[in-house]
Design a protein around this ligand. Structure first.
Ligand code: BGC
Length: 426
């Protein structure tokens, strides 16, 4: 989960301002969201009963530093209580430091484009990690740098609503350095406090790109370009010590030592096509394929592919930091989960080091520019009473978490289409 999507009343960040300008679908606002800020204990208890052994959450920077340089001790105490609660329940917290939202004051000054951005972010994380580090082993510095930069600075669908490719590139470069800074700061704080080991990474959205069935040479080239620019380029410095061409081709040898795990967020595949009539097209699906409520193609094979692609390049453990489906049909969700876990299982069998899987999301929540129209949760919610309503998928997922197994029965019932292949292979 991420703070703004579930907590409610994050009134001091750029998204709150954006929503109140009517920029979200149906002019919705996040409002009370899932009221998780107050109901976190109940939610964690549910997770515990569902046998979850890890939970990803994010810290809301605008609560911690509501005005520039002023830190709110009470909010820091709040997050300490939240994380302590998880630890007490035996659920490993995986904590994100930046998940799309910015304090309004920081956004107004230019966000990550301002000259002091790195210094300011460093001050924030220094404070957070010093206060919470003794309870946390896993840190995610940034969530989805490309998605953040693309929607905010190229497509203009998210704050600050810009459409400027040069700014997009500058933001990406800033985020890259922010990750390096954060990595070093976290390590230094852990060392100074004798807190033992920490695992620091970032979560990157990966898409599997393919040619359409009647492919041409141009389509093939297009696919190669997309696989490189979207999936691999941001990782380049972490295995080669040099930034990719688009980000400046600069040598950054220290980057090789600044990643402990690879966080992969995977949702769908895209098809690349060039035609004289329509030009370059990157669409979300092949016609007639299974898709989600958000019109994304369901393509478990893509998760297997991206894990192999990145796992081969960077020899670090992988955690699937997000994978999920927005749908009104919970049977489709169950099938989605089983098929994606099977894809992971296959990749592990072929030597890819995948250590964990976090379903997105625990509860239906505020889906950014789409407002409350995209139910990703294994738990639903009554928006008036905030009552949590577990879906059948939460039971199946719970069974898998408890036993670490997908049974033949589950496959027969929910994922028939992979059964034949599995029988053949075994
Ligand atoms: C984001 C989440 C979002 C999810 C589903 C990811 O891009 O990290 O915040 O809810 O996808 O769209």
């Amino acid at each position: 989960m991420s703070s703004h999507q579930v907590e409610g009343n994050n009134i001091l960040n750029d998204w709150w301002a954006w929503e109140h300008k009517g920029k979200v679908l149906n002019r919705q606002i996040s409002g009370d969201a899932c009221n998780h800020y107050y109901l976190y204990k109940r939610d964690f208890e549910m997770m515990k009963n569902m046998h979850h052994n890890a939970h990803r959450l994010s810290i809301e920077w605008s609560r911690i530093e509501p005005n520039e340089g002023e830190f709110n001790k009470e909010e820091l105490r709040h997050y300490r209580k939240v994380i302590q609660e998880l630890v007490n329940l035996g659920i490993t917290p995986i904590v994100t430091l930046h998940h799309f939202t910015l304090p309004y004051w920081f956004a107004k000054k230019g966000g990550f484009l301002q000259v002091d951005a790195r210094k300011i972010f460093e001050r924030y994380i220094r404070r957070v990690v010093s206060e919470l580090g003794d309870l946390v082993k896993y840190w995610i510095t940034i969530n989805e740098p490309y998605v953040y930069a693309n929607f905010g600075y190229l497509e203009g669908k998210w704050p600050p609503g810009e459409k400027n490719i040069f700014k997009l590139i500058r933001v990406l470069r800033a985020l890259f350095y922010i990750h390096l800074d954060s990595y070093k700061t976290i390590k230094e704080i852990y060392k100074r406090n004798h807190w033992g080991s920490s695992h620091v990474g970032f979560a990157k959205h990966l898409i599997w790109f393919d040619e359409s069935s009647n492919k041409t040479l141009i389509d093939k080239i297009l696919v190669t370009i997309y696989r490189y620019t979207f999936n691999k380029s941001f990782y380049r410095a972490f295995y080669s010590g040099r930034l990719p061409f688009v980000l400046g081709w600069k040598k950054v040898p220290e980057a090789r030592q600044c990643l402990d795990f690879i966080g992969i967020n995977y949702y769908f595949r895209c098809i690349c096509k060039f035609s004289l009539l329509k030009g370059f097209q990157v669409s979300h699906r092949e016609p007639d394929r299974e898709r989600t409520l958000s019109d994304w193609e369901v393509y478990p094979e893509g998760l297997y592919n991206v894990c192999k692609l990145i796992g081969r390049k960077i020899k670090k453990p992988i955690i699937i930091t997000e994978n999920g489906i927005s749908t009104l049909d919970d049977n489709q969700r169950i099938s989605f989960i089983i098929r994606h876990l099977e894809a992971i299982h296959r990749a592990i069998g072929e030597g890819v080091d995948i250590r964990g899987y976090l379903y997105w999301s625990f509860i239906d929540n505020f889906e950014w520019a789409e407002g409350y129209t995209q139910p990703f949760g294994i738990v639903g919610m009554n928006h008036r009473t905030f009552e949590r309503i577990p879906k059948s998928s939460s039971q199946v997922f719970s069974e898998i978490c408890k036993t670490g197994k997908i049974t033949d029965n589950m496959i027969k019932k929910h994922a028939k289409n992979i059964r034949e292949r599995l029988l053949r292979e075994n």
